[in-house]
Design a protein around this ligand. Structure first.
Ligand code: MN
Length: 309
């Protein structure tokens, strides 16, 4: 059960999204603890049985885009699920407000709103690309983004990262056999059962398979896999790795995010993979997109600010 005060806070935020920019540390902690409570002990591979869905790529602190998507979702009853592919924080200007609003929505609709963890939902990344600086600034607005001399980690930052560790790693739509993940698939063949047995709350991404699922990128023309410029233990997967994974697990398609795409989306490998990017805040010249999966499993791509929900 959600406590009355937490649910009331969520209702207030969902009635006035901008309230998510003005919460106290105490209120934010309330959302964080409720989110962790909801996700604790739940499978790292989340399953939804059926229904239509909106799918959202990287948000990266783009509060305006996030608000328009949530508006589209809550005002269109025919959409059953809303799926976020991770990377909510960093880069853009309003990371904290984005997580606050998203957590309020997930607490309100835990069976309809889903998030899989992105590589920016990890301390190794979000300590460097904006989120930690945003939180220092939340506590003390005189702190600048350049000031990194303070070594102690603020309480809210630690708590947010605990909640990121509670997120599932991947999601599967059982009827349509679509697989949702932030980066992609590991280069070694892996079953859904093995994914489900991966350790949750791996805050430092010490598990190599988890790291790959958050970080790997697909590339046509690569047969099996190649090494990635992104860093050690990260790979680029090609046709064969993709086909093996889909076949082994009786899946039709992978829907992932993680790469900046000027048009906001791209299909690869004969439409066996869809890559989405949604944020526009930090990225000049990018037209962010989201995908709508109809109740028949058809996919439509559109800009979040258009009326195509
Ligand atoms: Mn990413």
């Amino acid at each position: 059960m959600v406590s009355k005060t937490t649910l009331e806070l969520c209702n207030r935020i969902l009635a006035d999204y901008d309230l998510a920019t003005k919460l106290t540390a105490e209120e934010i902690n309330e959302l964080i603890e409720r989110f962790i409570f909801l996700k604790k002990g739940k499978p790292i591979l989340k399953r939804i049985k059926s229904g239509s869905a909106l799918v959202v790529g990287d948000i990266h602190g783009d509060f305006d885009i996030l608000k328009s998507i949530i508006d589209g979702f809550t005002k269109n009853d025919h959409i059953n699920h809303l799926i976020f592919l991770g990377d909510i924080v960093d880069r853009g200007s309003q990371s904290i407000a984005c997580v606050n609003l998203l957590y309020a929505l997930i607490i309100k609709y835990p069976d309809r709103v889903h998030i899989v963890r992105g590589n920016h939902e990890a301390i190794s990344v979000n300590s460097r690309y904006g989120f930690l600086a945003d939180i220092r600034n939340f506590y003390d607005p005189s702190e600048t983004k350049q000031n990194t001399s303070n070594n102690s980690l603020p309480e809210l930052y630690v708590n947010f990262n605990r909640s990121f560790g509670a997120m599932p790693l991947a999601l599967i739509h059982e009827e349509f056999r679509y697989f949702f993940v932030h980066g992609g698939i590991p280069i070694e063949p892996i079953s859904l059962k093995e994914i489900n047995n991966l350790p949750k709350a791996d805050l430092l991404l010490s598990n190599p398979t988890i790291k790959q699922m958050l970080w790997n990128d697909p590339r046509e023309g690569v047969e099996k896999y190649s090494y990635s410029m992104r860093g050690d233990g990260i790979y680029i997967y090609g046709q064969e790795v993709l086909d093996n994974f889909l076949k082994k697990n009786n899946l039709k398609m992978i829907i992932r995010a993680h790469e900046v795409i000027p048009d906001g989306y791209i299909y690869l490998f004969n439409k066996k993979l869809l890559s989405l990017f949604t944020s526009e805040d930090f990225y000049q010249g990018v037209s962010g997109k989201i995908a709508k999966i109809t109740d028949k499993g058809k996919i439509k791509i559109f800009h979040p600010l258009t009326n195509s929900y």
